[in-house]
Design a protein around this ligand. Sequence first.
Ligand code: ATP
Ligand code: MG
Length: 396
Amino acid sequence: MAPTKHSAVLVASTPPKHSEYGSMLTSLKSSILNTKAKLGALRPQGQPKVTKTINNSKAITARERRKQAIERHSKVEAEQQKDSELFKPEIATVPSLASHPHPSLSAHDFEVGGTLGRGKFGRVYLARHLSTNYVCALKILSKSQCINQEEEKLIRRELEIHQNLAHKNILKFLSWFHDEEKIYLVLEYAAGGSLYSKLTKQPKGRFDERTTAQYIAQMAEALRYMHSKNIMHRDIKPENILLGFHNEIKLADFGYSVHSDSGFRSTVCGTLDYLSPEVAVMLLKPGKTREYYSKAIDQWSLGVLTYELLVGKPPFEQKSSKATQKKIANFKGNGLKFPGHVSKGAEDLIQELLNLDAEKRMSLDDVLVHAWIVRHTEKSAQSGIRSFSHMLEQAT
Ligand code: ATP
Ligand code: MG
C-alpha cells in the first residue's frame, strides 16, 4: 500500500494484514465476558465496574463542545505561530527519547475487553496480554482520524513525552505498536476509573475536603515531577485524572503536554473551564496581548480542579463557551464566590493558585506544605498508623 500522510507518524514494522486483524479482533471481542469475570475477581469491593462507555452524560457533551472550540483555535494558532528564539517548535521534545514501537508486539498478543473510555482519535479498552496475563489498558488510535499534520504531531508528542515519565502518580506507559490502520498504546490499567466519573457519582456531586486535599496533594506531586523535567501538562481536568487500585491519583492523557527548555509556550490549547487567564486572553484577543505563557498554567488548572472537586462545578463555568472564555479573560483576581461549605483553608489555597499574576501563583512546593493540605494529608497518615496499631492489637 502506498504510504499515506498518516503513516508518516510511525516507523514501519511488519504488522499483520488488515483482513487477518479484523477477524482476530472479532474473535477477541467474543471473549469479553471472560475478561470481565477475571477482572471482577481482581477488583476489590467498592471499586467501580468496567463500563461500556462513560462519556454519555449531558455534562460531558457540554464539556466536549467547549474543548473542541479550543482545539480548533489551537490549530489556527499553530499555523500562525512563527518560530522565535523564545519558542522552539513544539515538536522538539526531549532529545534523548526512544520513540520506536515495540519490535514484536501486535494486536494478536492481547485479548481485548470492554471500553474504558473514548478519546479524540479512538477508544481505550481493557485488555489482557495473553502470554503474561498482565491486565492493561489499550488506547487504540485510528490513523484515519488523525487527518492532518498537527494531529500527527500531537500523537507523536504524546508518545514521546509519556514514555519518559515515571512517577507513582502518573499512569505508566508500558509500550506501543501499530499496524496499517491503528496505533496502540499499552498503558497501565487504572482500576478506579476517571476522577470525573467518580466525582459525578458522589452523593452531592462533590468530594469532602479530606478526600479533595489528598487528591490535590498527589496531583501537586505529579505536576512537580513533570515540571522538574520541563514538561507542562496543559490539560489538567478530572477526565484526564485516573485512579489506581488503591484510589491513588494516576495522571494521564499527555496529548497536550509539551517539553519546553525556555519554560514558555505560545500555542493556545487545553479545556476551556481550566484555561488560565493568560491563555484565555490570547484566545479572546489574538495578537493584542502577551503571546506566551509558562508552566504556571498547570498551577492555575490545579486551583480550578480543587474548586471543582469541592463544589461540583468549575469556578468560571457559564452557559456558553464564549461567556466562560470572557469570564476567565476578564477575571480581576478577586470576587470568586465560594459556597458556605468550603472551609477558609481550602478557599485560601484556591485563591493562591488562581492568582492572576502567573509569577506569583503558588508554587507546587508551597501547595504541598499549605496548612489545609498538610492538615488533611497528615490526618490520613495518622489514621493509617492508628489502623495498623489496631490490627496489631487485634492480632496479639
Ligand atoms: P480526550 O481528547 O477526550 O482527552 P484522549 O484521546 O486523550 O481523550 P484519554 O483521555 O487518554 O483519551 O482517555 C479517554 C478516557 O478513557 C479517559 O477519560 C478514561 O475514562 C479512560 N481511560 C484512559 N486510559 C485509561 C486507563 N489506563 N485505565 C482506565 N481508563 C482509562
Ligand atoms: Mg483525555
